[in-house]
Structure formats: structure tokens, C-alpha cells
Design a protein around this ligand. Structure first.
Ligand code: 5MM
Length: 338
């Protein structure tokens, strides 16, 4: 596939103020979400929950792509339609999480590296045959005393670039996700500094490994104080610091930046994105969302595993889709929350 085709897919995902639903929770991560609502983590419950999300009428107006877990890519609706085909019919592009999660990084206490490169070329070919047009790989960078090390940032950036190159070879758009965690007590400036170092290294590796920057999407954290920092920042301060770090590090060729929510509340994640789009015009990249928890939390709670709650859960999910669609246009206001 040509670079032009990769660019078209990347642009289509974020066109018209649309974003991405990250529904790629691995079996162990969805277990944590289900524990919170008292639902057993069975294959059928995972399937039923994903069907609820993907059949929400009106969501596709705001959702240009959905990231699936490998199991979900092979699943169908109760009526027997493959989820990837269902999404494609709605004009939503199916994607696939291809990393295999994090492992402790050797000789780097407290730090992790994302694995999954072995056999990735072959896996990408089979995911493509099942309809996946984009992929996602998440690297995790923690902030603590003496952490992150350059070693940790470097090996994770190297793996992200190897993954991205393999995706482009297979005609699949890579979402490059270096997540600087918002756990801890660090302030906004420290998050800024670590995010800047991380993005500089990621783009150096992407360049080194000949990845076409106009055929990727970047999925970063926002620049935000740690959850335990006593000095929390205003919505405007987060928006301005986040845009500033991208101006320093992200080449203009990148078509879109789709944020993760990282443990922010649904409303904070929406408000921050909207403030960026309202306060900063004529940026080279589209600023949009690729939220997991910040799109799903209310819907999960409303569903709580009961068929009789499906309509209420879909209303909750659609509402968050609409709010984040408005955030992409920079027109979200808290008065729009019900
Ligand atoms: C939805 O969660 C994704 C998968 O996580 P695991 O690999 O741990 O199961 C995750 O990669 C997600 O896409 C991003 O972290 C963004 O999700 P949030 O909830 O931070 O918006």
C-alpha cells in the first residue's frame, strides 16, 4: 500500500470532528472494569458489552475508528455479523491492538517495556485479512524519583518505531502511543519535561526506521499534573502546555493527534480537548480523542451486565460521543452535560 493510502486512512479516522473508541481492553484489563460493576469476566459478557457499544445508533457520527482486542476482532453480534463488518458498514474503521502488554525492563527497577514484536509481521497479515485497517501499540513511561531513565524511553521508542514500520509495510496505519502516566505526585512542569523527552525520542526513532510520518496517528497523554499532586492545573493551563509540547516535538506531517484519557474523569478529558481546539487554531495536526475509560465509564455503570439496561447504557455512551465530538470542534461547554 502507498503512503498516500495510509495517509487517507489516518485522515478519514479523524475527519469531521470524529475520534476513536479504544475498546481494546485485554482480558485482564476488562476484568478490572467488570469487577467494578459486578459482572463476571466471561467471553460472552465481553462480547455482549462490545455489541452494546458497536450497535449504539448515532455513535458513528462521532467515532471514526474503533480499536479492538484480538478476541473481539474474531467475534460477531448475537445475530452472527462480524464486528469488523458491522463497524465498516457504519463508516467506522476497525483497528486492532497488537502489542502484548508490558514486562519489567531488565536492569531498570520500576520501569517496563512493551512486548509483541516477535511474529508481528505474520499477525498483521492475518488482522488485515479480518478487516483491520489500523493498529495500536502502547508504551508506558512512568514518572517517579529517578524515573524515567533514558534507557527506558529509548527501548520503548525503538519498539514503537519497529512496530510502526511493520504496520506500514502491511498497509496498516500505526497508532503510536507513548503514554506518560499521570500516577504520582509530579507537577505539570515535570510531566511537560518527560513528555517532551519521550516525544523527541519517539520521532527520532520513527525517522531512523523510515516510518512515513503522514501515515501514522500519535496517541499521547496530555500534559497534566500527577493525580496526587497538590497543585492541580486549570483546564486552560493543561490545554496550553499540551499544545506547546507538540509544537516543540511533533512534525507537521503527522495528520492527527488522538489523546488517551489516562484516568482523567470523562468530563475533564472532554473539557481539556475542547479547550485545546478552542484556544489554538491553525495547528498542523487534527486534535481528537482515542479514549477508553473517558468514553465508556458511564455506559459501563449504566449497563452493569443487565439486558434491561442496554438502552440506558447506549444513551450514556452516545452522550459521551457527542460531547467529545463537540470537543473536537472546540465548542464543548459544561452546560451541555445533562
Ligand atoms: C482501553 O484500554 C487499552 C488497553 O489497555 P490494556 O492493554 O492494559 O488492556 C489502552 O491501551 C487504551 O487504549 C489506552 O490506554 C487509552 O485508554 P484510556 O482509558 O487511558 O483513555
Amino acid at each position: 500500500m502507498s503512503n498516500q493510502s495510509l495517509n487517507q486512512i489516518a485522515r478519514a479516522i479523524v475527519a469531521n470532528h470524529r475520534g476513536i473508541l479504544a475498546a481494546d481492553e485485554s482480558t485482564s484489563t476488562i476484568a478490572k472494569r467488570f469487577v467494578g460493576i459486578g459482572v463476571e469476566n466471561t467471553e460472552e459478557n465481553r462480547r455482549a458489552y462490545r455489541e452494546l457499544l458497536f450497535t449504539t445508533e448515532g455513535a458513528s457520527k462521532h467515532i471514526g475508528g474503533v480499536i479492538l482486542f484480538e478476541e473481539t476482532l474474531g467475534q460477531t453480534t448475537k445475530a452472527g455479523k462480524r464486528f469488523a463488518a458491522l463497524l465498516a458498514e457504519q463508516g467506522t474503521i476497525p483497528g486492532i491492538k497488537v502489542d502484548k502488554g508490558t514486562k519489567a525492563l531488565t536492569f531498570a527497577p520500576g520501569e517496563v517495556v512493551t512486548e509483541g514484536l516477535d511474529g508481528l509481521r505474520e499477525r498483521l497479515a492475518s488482522y488485515g485479512a479480518l478487516g483491520a485497517q489500523f493498529a495500536k501499540w502502547r508504551a508506558v513511561i512512568d514518572i517517579a524519583s529517578g524515573v524515567p531513565t533514558e534507557h527506558c524511553i529509548g527501548v520503548n521508542a525503538h519498539a514503537l518505531a519497529r512496530y510502526a514500520a511493520l504496520c506500514q509495510e502491511a498497509g496498516i496505519v500505526p497508532i503510536v502511543e507513548p503514554e506518560v502516566l499521570m500516577d504520582g505526585e509530579h507537577d505539570l512542569d515535570r510531566c511537560y519535561e518527560v513528555t517532551r523527552r519521550t516525544l523527541m525520542r519517539v520521532f527520532a526513532e520513527l525517522d531512523q526506521q523510515r516510518v512515513a510520518l503522514d501515515g501514522i496517528l500519535l496517541k499521547p497523554n496530555m500534559v497534566i499534573p500527577g493525580k496526587k499532586c497538590p497543585d492541580q492545573a486549570s483546564v486552560e493551563a493543561v490545554a496550553d502546555a499540551t499544545v506547546r509540547v507538540f509544537k516543540e516535538t511533533v512534525p507537521a506531517a503527522v495528520p492527527g493527534i488522538v489523546f488517551l484519557s489516562g484516568g482523567q474523569s470523562e468530563i475533564d478529558a472532554t473539557a481539556h480537548l475542547s479547550a485545546m481546539n478552542a484556544r489554538h487554531k491553525n495547528l498542523p495536526w487534527t486534535l481528537s480523542f482515542s479514549y477508553g475509560r473517558a468514553l465508556q465509564q458511564s455506559a459501563l455503570t449504566a449497563w452493569s451486565g443487565k439486558d434491561s439496561n442496554v438502552a440506558a447504557a447506549q444513551r450514556a455512551y452516545l452522550h459521551r460521543c457527542q460531547m467529545n465530538g463537540a470537543a473536537c470542534a472546540g465548542t464543548y461547554a459544561s452546560a451541555m452535560e445533562r
